[in-house]
Design a protein around this ligand. Structure first.
Ligand SMILES: Nc1ncnc2c1ncn2[C@@H]1O[C@H](COP(=O)(O)OP(=O)(O)OP(=O)(O)O)[C@@H](O)[C@H]1O
Ligand SMILES: [Mg+2]
Length: 700
């Protein structure tokens, strides 16, 4: 640790560096370098216990006004050393995505990761944010404030390459809801709205405020605007660590500049540590970056001050031509995807590949590289606790906001319930007219049973139709959950409560049409029970689909899996094959008892048949013999009458609770299991990494 005297010197050096930033890079490169890394090997800027002076003005304009920020208190320093990421692609081998990259990011600064498409920018961001795919293994050190911490749930915000937003909301609504979910309860609602609207304006979205985001079914705001909405949502709480994957994609150069200067301004004002990937920034945007990490095929071509990159390229024989954007030049020098030699398969290394190798080798032996390593090593000794960004709204507020948001979404998304409501109504009209006034004679017994079976099996089966909408909800939940907006319990509560009114409507109206057209047993108690079972069964299927979505997040696979499970349950429910005739092993025990159809068939049949009597036509006898509903249930349908229909309803309610709780447990278990499996996989991949390392050094 530097002494206090040294710290003051650092502060002055640093502030003069900020002032001198405006002067030409060529004139001041040496000065900048000595400022950034002086005294030798101990980089001075913004260590957790330094008092840093920051220019809050746009870095492209000269200014004498400086505001002192005390240490960027609670700031996050991030270092990574010898970071390897290897994918396992089954039989096709294990490609190295990142091959031993090192670097750092510090409070108040913006680190830009650049490189050709597919070079590993998103993978590096994922690795740093702790969000690598499960088919990848990672090794190396990632330290946060000098500690080996797991970055998850609320410690950082990550704007990923894909935008997952609630498509039915307007821009204003999306940001407002997010503000209510994230900002503290102690803040007034009007203040939250004000913060949200300021953020919207800052991202230049004021003209699109009342436009719906749009998506699957309707066109809404543009891709670039979606990007800005996502950024808006993530910067509401000023997360100390902000990852942005291509924040300017879809934006024109002016919009890119404004968005980036806003982000850089935030980083400097609030001491945010910003790590972003960017494809091709214009010269003005490039000048805003403090540090640059240039990657090619997962290897570091350059890591250091962004201004120094042009000198590094020039020193190695690749000077940036006059009038060319430096970032264009860097990418052209190292992009070997379109090399002729590779295309012709002549086996020789292409000129670009050679240039890239020269730069990689030169970087590894450069002074900047040593300084970066010293900076990383120094950071390891300056431990500081990590504050969680997380939501500051209470659990109750989160549940209320999520319920309201989800209710609005279900109302506006026609595919969620309305379309199903129309189909159910039409189906029940068909059912009611086909079995119109089924009567009470002996011949009505089988049609009654068929009506009940159809309602339980097919009407509930169709509840899987809402799965695509639900998968979209899950994607939004995944993003917001990882960024710490709210937890899985609040999501489950919000989703459950908001769906209740719609499910009631969907079971009540079509149910009533079918019930009264067919002429099932009269009496409000019987009808109420009928709709109640229908409602609970639909909720149950939705709960099952929720569980499936947590395991199979693809909607096509999810629908197929859901339909398969429903099919097995219908088959083993006890209607198509009576329970005593079923093979005992597996089908009766346990599947028949696990299937919710068993309890819904039992409940429906008891509700309908108990209390009814059907005359048996026997012409030889003058006395009219009747068969009771109980006899039919016992002898024809093989049902156990020891328990009342309310017992079946209670079991169904219990099943709904069970599935929702299991969903919660599965999500939590997956979260807990991920770091564990990753550490096991990382150990087994160590050997592979060593092989890769030797191959890479051979290549160079
Ligand atoms: N989970 C994975 N499994 C297999 N390969 C992967 C995986 N993730 C990334 N890759 C591969 O690693 C390489 C780098 O991917 P990455 O998404 O990091 O690139 P990128 O630099 O962000 O590209 P772009 O600029 O196009 O977004 C690609 O070739 C990609 O196919
Ligand atoms: Mg990417």
């Amino acid at each position: 640790m530097a002494s206090t005297g040294a710290k003051n010197t650092d502060v002055e050096t640093c502030s003069s560096w900020r002032r001198d930033q405006q002067r030409s890079v060529a004139d001041h490169e040496v000065e900048i370098m000595s400022c950034r890394f002086a005294p030798e090997d101990v980089p001075p800027i913004s260590s957790p216990d330094h008092h840093v002076v920051v220019d809050l003005h746009d870095s492209s304009t000269q200014s004498d006004e400086y505001i002192s920020i005390d240490n960027y208190s609670g700031g996050v320093s991030l270092t990574w050393e010898e970071l390897w990421v290897i994918a396992s692609n089954g039989k096709s081998g294990s490609p190295t995505i990142l091959g031993g990259v090192s670097g750092y990011a510090q409070p108040g600064e913006v680190l830009a990761i650049m490189g050709p498409s597919g070079c590993g920018k998103s993978t590096l961001l994922d690795a740093l944010a702790g969000r690598l795919q499960s088919n990848t293994t990672q090794s190396g050190n990632i330290l946060i404030n000098g500690r080996r911490e797991t970055l998850a749930f609320g410690t950082s915000a990550y704007v990923t390459q894909d935008d997952y937003l609630m498509t039915t909301l307007t821009v204003k609504e999306a940001v407002h809801y997010s503000a209510q979910l994230q900002l503290p309860d102690s803040m007034s609602k009007s203040k939250k709205m004000e913060i949200a609207e300021t953020a919207i304006r800052e991202m230049g979205l004021q003209d699109a405020m009342d436009t719906r985001i749009g998506g699957r079914t309707s066109k809404g705001i543009s891709g670039g605007q979606k990007r800005r909405v996502t950024i808006c949502i993530e910067i509401l709480t000023r997360p100390k660590l902000l990852f942005l994957d291509e924040p300017t994609s879809g934006l024109d150069s002016a919009a890119s500049y404004h968005v980036m200067s806003r982000i850089v301004g935030l980083a400097q004002q609030d001491g945010l540590t910003v790590v972003l990937s960017i494809h091709q920034p214009c010269a003005e945007v490039f000048e805003l970056f403090h540090n640059l990490c240039l990657l090619s095929s997962g290897r570091t071509v350059y890591f250091g001050p962004a201004h120094h990159a042009s000198e590094f390229f020039a020193q190695n024989g690749f000077p940036c031509p006059a009038m060319r954007n430096p970032s264009d030049h860097y990418l052209r020098t190292i992009n070997k995807d379109f090399d002729d030699n590779i295309g012709k398969g002549c086996g020789r290394k292409s000129a670009t590949e050679e240039a890239t190798n020269v730069l990689i080798t030169s970087y590894k032996s450069s002074k900047i590289y040593n300084q970066v390593r010293s900076r990383i090593a120094w950071q390891e000794f300056s431990e500081a606790p990590l504050e969680t960004k997380g939501s500051q709204a209470s659990f109750l507020t989160q549940c209320l906001v999520l319920t309201r948001r989800s209710f609005v979404n279900m109302y506006r998304d026609l595919g969620y319930y309305w379309f199903r409501f129309g189909i159910y109504t039409a189906l029940c009209l068909c059912l009611g007219t086909i079995f119109l006034n089924v009567g009470h004679d002996f011949g009505s017994i089988t049609p009654r049973g068929n009506v009940l079976m159809f309602v339980v099996s097919f009407m509930t089966f169709m509840a899987i139709g809402g799965f695509p909408s639900f998968v979209e909800d899950m994607k939004i939940f995944g993003r917001e959950r990882l960024n710490g907006h709210y937890g899985v319990s609040a999501f489950t509560v919000g989703n459950t409560i908001s769906s209740i009114p719609y499910l009631m409507l969907v079971s009540l109206v079509p149910g009533a049409i079918a019930y009264y057209l067919v002429g099932l047993q009269r009496g409000i108690e019987h009808f109420s029970y009928f709709t109640l079972i229908l409602f609970i069964c639909m909720m149950l299927v939705e709960s099952q689909m929720m569980l499936i979505a947590s395991i199979v997040p693809d909607y096509l696979l999810g629908i197929i899996a859901g339909a398969g499970i429903q099919g097995v349950m219908i088959l083993s429910g006890g209607f198509f094959r009576l329970q005593n005739d079923m093979p005992k092993l597996l089908w009766k025990y346990p599947i028949h008892y696990i299937s919710f159809h068993k309890y819904s068939y039992d409940g429906f049949f008891k509700n309908e048949f108990i209390g009814l009597e059907f005359p048996v036509n026997n012409n030889r006898s003058s006395a009219q013999r009747v068969i009771t509903g109980e006899e039919i249930l016992r002898d024809t349908w093989q049902m156990t009458l020891g328990f009342s229909k309310w017992y079946d309803l209670a079991i169904l309610v219990g099943m709904v609770v069970f599935y929702r709780v299991t969903f919660l447990v599965v999500i939590k278990a997956i979260e807990k299991a991920k770091p564990f499996t990753r550490s096991v996989l990382a150990r087994t991949s160590k050997q592979r990494k060593q092989v890769m390392e030797s191959t890479t050094s051979d290549m160079l």
